[in-house]
Write a protein that binds this ligand. Structure first.
Ligand code: SF4
Ligand code: SF4
Length: 67
């Protein structure tokens, strides 16, 4: 999985870090937000739903077609 942040939309408000249950581990917000240490992420998508700019996209990679 990965978390994409639209740097053009992100204002650095820090809502994502506040809202994320693992915010202190995952989110690094200065001018723009960055999500790191994604092994702590449990794909709850709270960050994406709380972002006032809709700048966050949580992408799951587990929807590959069956072989
Ligand atoms: S909540 Fe959205 S706009 Fe605010 S810092 Fe996080 S990604 Fe950026
Ligand atoms: S999906 Fe949930 S655990 Fe993962 S970064 Fe967003 S709020 Fe945090």
């Amino acid at each position: 999985m990965r978390i994409e942040i639209d740097k053009k939309k992100c204002t650095g408000c820090g809502e994502c870090k506040e809202a994320c249950p693992k915010g202190a581990k995952i989110w690094n917000v200065k001018d723009k937000a960055m999500a790191t240490n994604l092994r702590f992420c449990h794909l709850c998508t709270i960050c994406a739903s709380k972002c006032p700019e809709q700048a966050i996209l949580v992408v799951r990679d587990d929807n590959k077609p069956p072989e």
